[in-house]
Write a protein that binds this ligand. Sequence first.
Ligand SMILES: [Zn+2]
Ligand SMILES: [Zn+2]
Length: 138
Amino acid sequence: MAHAETSCLCGQVKITAEEINPKFTVCHCQSCRTWGGAPYFAVKCGTKVRIEGEEHIKMYESSTWASRGFCSECGTHLFYKFKATGEYNMSLGLFSNLPELEMEMQYFSDVRPSYYCFANETQEMTTAEIMAYFGKES
Ligand SMILES: [Zn+2]
Ligand SMILES: [Zn+2]
């Protein structure tokens, strides 16, 4: 588990994550690609997250079980947060220097577009597998 501090582009939002799992996930779902313009690289940060400048964060409820947070000043995409558990999946790109990063999982592999692919060897889950496992999507 790594510990790291970061901020959005404009610096109004500062984030400290105490427990970052270096095995990160890539999500290919259409919601993530619409949100970010590309697949979403997410690191699991659990609930031990401190935020300064929270008043600058705008939350978008992208589903009934999770919201996406971004800086209302500069637009930096910050996290995907689960309502039930309060757990954060932070944007990996926020953190410049995490140790031992490993692409472990790719979500929604069946809707991954044909115009890109990653050479990394990872686990994958399809929409049906995710629905069966989590009982929900994106
Ligand atoms: Zn900002
Ligand atoms: Zn997604």
